[in-house]
Design a binder for this molecule. Structure first.
Ligand code: KPL
Length: 297
């Protein structure tokens, strides 16, 4: 049994593709997403599929669990998982520190990173926006996860520098996500527009300096350019959250980068300003409608 803990955009896409490859999949969801999935899961974009899926509110025993809840839901979701036997738990979440939260509650954790693109068009409707890669660390349990994913056609790479990949992804997200969420533009605009591009370069530079302190060579702005061009028409996950009136993952992206920069003595004023502006947007949303801050794992 494969379990999807957090059937949002990425979780639904992974679960849907795994089910289509013949795996027995259960989706753990809440609220309107649970209601919708109980009717069906629709995948559009690169493929078109309508699937009848098994959707439940509470986690169950599984051989492999994909942990794809929003970063800020990690603690509650990991605690819920600890009440069953979730098997190997593979996190593919955005952000820094999520695997540490997970490890407090479950034993067999695999920290992965993915560049697959998925958006939720509506409850129960996921858009498969872009093929990518799933990076997994060199460790025993990761091989099992890799085989599950490869059987369903995912491109998987086993790497010995997963920490680097986690930071690299967070740094790219720290540039694209808040700028798109604040200005309400798609990813490509962040580097096409001269005003935003200048800020993007400065934010990326802070990330690059942090990477150097962590012992990694990483041309952050080159990577931002690459990702922004590849996903030019996409709405970032942070923009989608803001548009849907939901909390964002900014604390685990820019917030975590600021914390690490301060610890390592790296300037981070651009990250700090973006972080605080997005927190201000979240507070404005909460003021208008506190109920909308709930999530859908
Ligand atoms: O990971 C992403 C996100 O939106 O969270 C990027 C790479 C920016 C693609 O949209």
């Amino acid at each position: 049994m494969i379990q999807i803990m957090g059937a949002g955009a990425l979780g639904s896409l992974i679960g849907g593709l795994l089910q289509m490859s013949g795996k027995d999949v259960v989706f753990v969801a809440r609220g309107k997403q649970l209601e919708a999935l109980r009717k069906k899961l629709v995948i559009t974009g690169l493929i078109h599929a309508e699937l009848s899926v098994k959707a439940v509110e509470k986690p169950v025993n599984a051989d492999v669990t994909f942990f794809t809840v929003k970063a800020y839901d990690s603690n509650v979701a990991a605690k819920a998982l600890s009440e069953v036997d979730p098997g190997i738990v593979c996190t593919l979440q955005n952000g820094i520190g999520v695997e540490d939260i997970l490890r407090k509650h479950v034993k067999r954790v695999v920290r992965g990173v993915t560049s697959y693109g998925a958006n939720l068009a509506d409850y129960g409707k996921v858009v498969y926006a872009g093929k990518g890669v799933v990076y997994l660390p060199k460790q025993n349990d990761a091989e099992i996860v890799a085989n599950v994913l490869r059987d369903a056609g995912f491109s998987v790479e086993i790497v010995d520098d997963i920490e680097f990949r986690v930071w690299a992804k967070a740094i790219v997200n720290s540039v694209i996500n808040p700028l798109t969420a604040i200005c309400r533009v798609s990813n490509g605009f962040v580097v096409e527009n001269e005003n935003l591009r200048k800020i993007a370069e400065r934010v990326a530079k802070e990330g690059e300096m942090l990477m150097r302190k962590l012992g990694y060579e990483f041309n952050a702005f080159d990577e931002v350019l690459k990702v922004a061009k590849m996903t030019a028409k996409n709405k970032s996950s942070m923009l989608q959250d803001v548009l849907r009136g939901k909390r964002t993952e900014v604390d685990f992206i820019n917030g975590a980068i600021v914390e690490k920069c301060k610890e390592m003595g790296v300037d981070c004023i651009y990250n700090e300003i973006l972080w605080k502006i997005v927190k201000g947007i979240e507070d404005g949303i909460a003021l208008r409608d506190p109920d909308l801050r709930t999530t859908d794992f």
